[in-house]
Design a protein. Structure first.
Ligand code: GCU
Length: 348
């Protein structure tokens, strides 16, 4: 839903109505509640696109999207801007994909894994150890020769992918002991993102994968429902998972991209010229976020150590070996295999 600029209270009421109308399982925050304020301040423009984000407003992607909104407003003479709603304010990622499909939310940043539920070929971007480095991943994500067809493949389900951010490297952490080898994960319940691939991956790595939205993880570990999770250093520290799961082991098994999704109808409602400006600024946002990411990860590790977390560097070869069957199990179509080959070729 595109919102014309209006008083905050009116906006909140509209959102609540729209969210109710689309019948999603998500409750809109109460009017006037602290949660109801986007992290990006109050942008001025005729049309304010809402961007759903599940992490805090200081994360590189949120900063870059907020700046994109400002540049967009300037370059479209105030026709468009963006407002980033951080911290799952508009729902967990799974909900926000549905809200984008329904046209209730204009854009969402979601982990690539979630789009496997709409087209399993997305798996080629989300497999363990598929990328050699952040540079490799970024070269793949925004090269139309590699990802162009994939990104438009689910338009019949009202989702268009506009590009992808690198969201760091993920490793496992838990409340019990450092992980040195796959056997050390035996008996541990580790939260994974909501795709079958991730559940199976964790099983192959030696533990048990439990799919869940990011916002519930802290309490689940604290109450013993989970033993840990797997994520980058920034989420680990920012969401204070280090308090309840102080052993962070650098298995470095995943680099999951965060993809920017919208609905074709929303995006194409802009003129061709404005769309071109948006896409140009999006490239700049990718670059800005990329530069911030490395720093944020290093600072987050230091903050977690300060808070008492213990980091260790296991030999990753046995983990890499353990997850190999996932390739055959998941790359089941020619398109997915071809995509995977192109991703790997970009590393060379
Ligand atoms: C990271 C990633 C998100 C993802 C989250 C998660 O924060 O950037 O896209 O949702 O991890 O583990 O759920």
């Amino acid at each position: 839903m595109r919102l014309k600029k209006m008083a905050a209270a009116g906006t909140a009421a509209l959102v609540a109505v729209a969210l109710t109308a689309c019948g999603g399982g998500f409750e809109a925050p109460a009017e006037g509640s602290a949660e109801n304020t986007g992290g990006a301040g109050a942008p001025e423009a005729e049309t304010v696109f809402k961007v759903a984000f599940n992490q805090n407003a200081d994360q590189p992607e949120a900063v870059a999207m907020t700046n994109l909104g400002e540049h967009l407003a300037e370059r479209t003479d105030g026709r468009y801007t963006l407002e980033v709603f951080p911290n799952e304010t508009l729902g967990a990622q799974k909900d926000t994909v549905e809200l984008v499909q329904a046209g209730t939310v204009d854009f969402a940043l979601v982990a690539g894994s979630l789009l496997e539920n709409f087209n399993p070929d997305f798996v080629a971007l989300n497999l363990p150890y598929v990328y050699d480095s952040q540079e490799h991943q970024e070269a793949v994500l925004n090269d139309p020769e590699i990802t162009g067809d994939l990104y438009t493949s689910i338009e019949d389900q009202n989702i268009r992918v506009l590009g992808g951010f690198s969201a760091g490297t993920r490793s496992v952490y838990n409340s019990s002991h450092p992980i040195e080898k796959p056997e050390d994960l035996s008996g541990l319940k580790i939260r994974v993102m909501e795709s079958d691939t991730n559940t199976r991956m964790l099983e192959l790595m030696g533990g048990t994968g439990t799919p869940m939205g990011q916002g519930e993880v802290y309490t689940a570990i604290q109450s013993g429902v989970l033993d840990g999770g797997e994520n980058n250093e920034s989420i680990y520290s920012n969401l204070k998972h280090d308090e309840v799961a102080p052993y962070y082991s650098y298995t470095k098994h995943l680099m999951i991209p965060d993809l920017l999704i919208t609905s074709p109808e929303i995006f194409d409602s802009m003129s061709e010229e404005d769309r071109a400006v948006f896409l140009e600024e999006l490239q700049a946002a990718f670059e800005e976020s990329s530069e911030l990411t490395a720093t944020v990860m290093t600072e987050s590790q230091a903050a977690a150590e300060e808070a008492g977390a213990e980091f260790n560097e296991p030999d990753i070869a046995p983990f890499r070996e353990a997850v190999k069957p996932l390739l055959d199990e998941k790359l089941t179509t020619d398109t997915a295999k071809d995509l995977y080959d192109k991703v790997r070729a970009a590393a060379e």
